[in-house]
Unconditional design. Structure first.
Length: 145
């Protein structure tokens, strides 16, 4: 198995590690501040503003009781507009999530697709095959009915 590439950038009060997925706009990050590390899955989401937005979903292992599971974060085209749903941003008008998105955009990491794309099997199962495998494993045939 090939080792995954991890990129690191210093951000306000800490650092962020980014591990891209085989699809642009998706990846995992670890935000390191002081002695705390928090892991997130990130995915670019549409925005009606002039800029780019992601949803950062915190790993269950790193989530505190009562803490939201995800934050939507926006950085405007010129960097002048920025938003995050976290308490830190609401109080201070800046946060580690928004600093992380700025770092991802500045470095072009959110747009990159690693060379490992060539290793993705092209014979992925169809939705029907996945459903059959789930039923064989004991899952409900269609949990949304």
């Amino acid at each position: 198995m090939c080792a995954q590439t991890i990129f690191t950038e210093v951000i306000d009060g800490g650092a962020v590690d980014f591990q891209p997925s085989p699809v642009a706009g998706i990846g995992t990050i670890t935000i390191k501040t002081g002695r705390k590390y928090a892991r997130y899955a990130i995915a670019e989401i549409p925005t009606c503003f002039s800029g780019r937005a992601v949803r950062m979903t915190k790993s269950l292992a790193d989530r505190e009781i009562g803490e939201p599971g995800s934050y939507d974060v926006l950085v405007g085209r010129g960097g002048q507009d920025r938003r995050c749903e976290c308490k830190g941003f609401l109080r201070w008008n800046h946060c580690k999530h928004e600093a992380t998105l700025r770092a991802l955009l500045t470095n072009g990491w959110l747009d990159m697709v690693p060379a490992m794309v060539d290793e993705i099997p092209l014979d992925l199962p169809t939705a029907e095959e996945v459903n059959q495998m789930a039923v064989a494993a004991g899952a409900d045939a269609d949990p949304f009915r």
